[in-house]
Design a binder for this molecule. Structure first.
Ligand code: ATP
Ligand code: ZN
Length: 647
């Protein structure tokens, strides 16, 4: 048999007989490597451990402790799940299956009712049987006709087969017993390595991701080699769930979205509104102190405004369609506030002495986000952006950019935001639909932003295709509880809109010049920012932001209510958000409730406190109480509120 040359990651080259497998290669290196290996990566593509290699190539051994190794493991578990389901429900049809970052899923469909979480026990039993019997999993390369014969009348797998075969006639499937998985996902040959698994949830998923297709039922699960790893994963999921702002938003009564009334259109309950109002006042004051002038502008404008700005050509997908007023007027609900601030700039003749001119607004805007992308408060269709535009002369760009970054850093410190990455977002030069077509403008502005970042000595990464249609930007990327990445703050350089709106200022030479715009959102939208900090604080807001800051609990309503009320009145006169829990409930219950609602301070007042003019103070999350005078408590509370910090 002919020999082939296999290159290893360190550059070493070895000869093997053609038809050698990754397993053989691993064994030739060491027994321990062979034991750990779960797949190969030939010329960058994953292959099964037992798949013959027929030609020269570069190999990497994928071991079980790597992320890719785990994905091979999870693909195997998904196969076992499919096999079990096909035995429990012989009429079941199957869509796609895949490994995720932390487990696997499989799409299913049945005419006679869907799988539900109530069925997990019997499905899991069947999976255990299959794993115990160690029914081998085999990779087959079949002709299209053979593959089609194996899947019978399952229209989804038929479509997957046709899709894989394309113009050709070869299809890769995996077979375990009678179950056929139409997928190229690499798997392990022996399922017995799946020592522990758990089915987690079911959720609807459209066939091929399109809402014009059938809705299938996606079954999620996870699996591990060791129980302790499964336990750790379940704990991680519980933590993510407990942190999820949608869960906390409901538990703490912050906001709701009712798809019947309007998908992506949130209602802010009094508690959420208090948090939002506090953030809004904070940022407006901060910006005014930093040289911004706050304005109010309408959410509606003639559609021509957005034609002139370029939104109509480059951003229309994300815009609500215009409203036809019947008299020839078309009104557009704005997707961005920039054209509005440009109107304010243009309303007066501007001089170089006014620059940088900084206009800001808590600007409400609407974007027609895809329904599948809508998430609680973090991606919505109506939002209010902490928007600001600096109009600067070209030689002020760098200094203004730095000033904005300094403001951002201060705000992040006040909110205790530490976990973020800076991303420089460029255009994708191939995509002329999405990005304004002017190579020179792009080159220049991208260079300028990069230069400023390097000057500031900040760490960042670069991403092509993430810019706004009018220019490059610096984005602050943060993580959500569920692990997704999102943009919080953004600073964007723009040479285009000033040109489109023919913006001018009179320079010190008495001539007209073109300003440059810097768009920036520090706090992002009120919606996304509130979602973010809710998850970051896990609902335990620092005192200055907490919807309810202090709860006073009389030991006995009939004896101590008046004293409790007097304390509440004296503090609420200073804008403290304080109330007395005078319900006819046991004291212990009331204290627990205050903890469940994550109220920063609980004061308990009884005979002793009334007699001494004191309060018993208990901080959220602590078990001990401290007795102090009313004045001492007041000083402590005021200092806490002013510190912004999370104690
Ligand atoms: P994304 O890429 O997240 O869609 P974008 O780049 O279109 O955002 P910008 O036009 O820069 O967003 O909007 C400014 C900021 O508003 C974003 O950085 C983000 O924090 C926030 N934001 C954007 N879209 C939404 C939305 N649908 N819901 C909530 N906040 C949003
Ligand atoms: Zn803007």
């Amino acid at each position: 048999m002919a020999n082939i040359k296999i290159t290893f990651p360190d550059g070493a080259v070895k000869e093997f007989a053609a038809g050698v497998t990754t397993e053989d290669i691993a064994k030739s290196i060491s027994v321990s490597l062979a034991k750990k290996s779960v797949a190969g990566k030939l010329n960058g593509l994953l292959i099964d451990l037992k798949q013959p290699i027929e030609a020269d190539g570069a190999i990497e051994i994928v071991t079980k402790d790597s992320q890719e190794g785990m994905e091979v493991f999870w693909n195997t578990a998904a196969m076992v799940l499919g096999n079990a389901l096909s035995q429990v429900y012989p009429d079941m049809h199957f869509g796609v299956d895949a490994a995720t970052e932390h487990g696997f899923y499989l799409d299913t469909n049945r005419v006679a009712g869907q799988v539900s979480e109530g069925d997990f026990e019997k499905i899991s039993k069947k999976m255990e049987e299959i794993i115990k019997a160690n029914e081998p999993i085999e990779r087959l390369v079949l002709s299209k006709e053979e593959a089609l014969r194996l899947v019978g009348d399952d229209q989804y797998r038929q479509e997957l087969i046709n899709d894989q075969a394309g113009e050709g006639d070869q299809v890769v499937v995996y077979l375990q017993g009678k179950f056929v998985d139409v997928s190229r996902n690499v798997k392990l040959a022996e399922p017995k390595v799946i020592k522990c698994f758990q089915l987690l949830s079911v959720a609807g998923a459209y066939w091929l991701g399109s809402d014009e297709n059938d809705m299938l039922q996606r079954v999620y699960g996870t699996a591990f080699y060791k129980q302790k790893d499964l336990d750790a994963e379940l704990a991680r999921q519980k933590e993510a769930h407990d942190r999820d702002h949608r869960v906390l938003g409901n538990d703490l009564d912050l906001f709701f979205v009712d798809p019947e009334v309007g998908n992506g259109l949130p209602y802010w309950m009094p508690n959420g509104s208090t948090i939002r109002r506090t953030i809004e006042r904070y940022i407006v004051d901060k910006e005014v102190a930093d040289g911004y002038e706050h304005v109010y502008t309408p959410v509606l404008a003639n559609v021509d405004l957005y034609k002139q700005s370029g939104h109509w050509d480059h951003y229309r997908e994300d815009m609500f369609p215009p409203m036809d007023m019947g008299d020839g007027e078309l009104l557009e609900i704005r997707p961005m506030n920039c054209p509005s601030h440009i109107q304010i700039y243009k309303h007066h003749k501007r001089s170089y002495r006014e620059l940088p001119l900084r206009l800001a607004e808590l600007g409400m805007m609407h974007r027609y986000e895809k329904s599948g992308a809508l998430t609680g408060l973090s991606r919505v269709r109506e939002m209010t952006l902490n928007d600001g535009h600096s109009f600067v002369s070209p030689d002020q760009i760098q200094e203004e950019f730095k000033k904005i970054i300094r403001l951002m850093v201060e705000v992040y410190e006040d909110f205790d935001i530490k976990d973020y990455r800076l991303r420089l977002s460029y255009r994708d030069p191939e995509n002329t639909e999405k990005y304004f077509d002017d190579d020179e403008m792009w080159e220049k502005s991208q260079r300028m932003l990069k230069g400023a970042m390097d000057d500031l000595g900040l760490e960042y990464f670069e991403a092509e295709g993430e810019a706004a249609f009018y220019g490059p930007k610096l984005d602050v990327q943060t993580k959500t509880a569920l692990g997704g990445e999102e943009t919080l703050s953004t600073i964007q350089l723009d040479f285009l809109l000033p040109q489109r709106f023919d913006l001018k200022y009179i320079g010190d030479d008495g001539e007209e010049h073109r300003p440059v715009m810097i768009h920036r959102g520090i706090i992002s939208t009120m919606e996304r920012f509130t979602a973010y900090i809710t998850e970051m604080y896990k609902g335990a807001f620092p005192t200055w932001l907490a919807p309810h800051q202090v709860k006073v609990i009389p030991v006995k309503n009939e004896l101590h209510y008046d004293y409790a009320k007097e304390i509440a009145n004296s503090l609420s006169a200073h804008q403290v958000r304080i109330s007395v829990d005078d319900r006819n409930e046991k004291m212990g219950y009331k204290i627990r409730q205050a903890q469940v609602n994550k109220i920063p301070y609980t004061l308990v007042v009884g005979d002793q406190e009334v007699a001494d003019g004191t309060v018993s103070v208990r901080r959220y999350g602590e078990d001990n109480t401290t007795t102090m005078t009313k004045d001492e408590f007041r000083n402590l509370l005021f200092a806490d509120i002013e510190s912004y910090s999370r104690n």
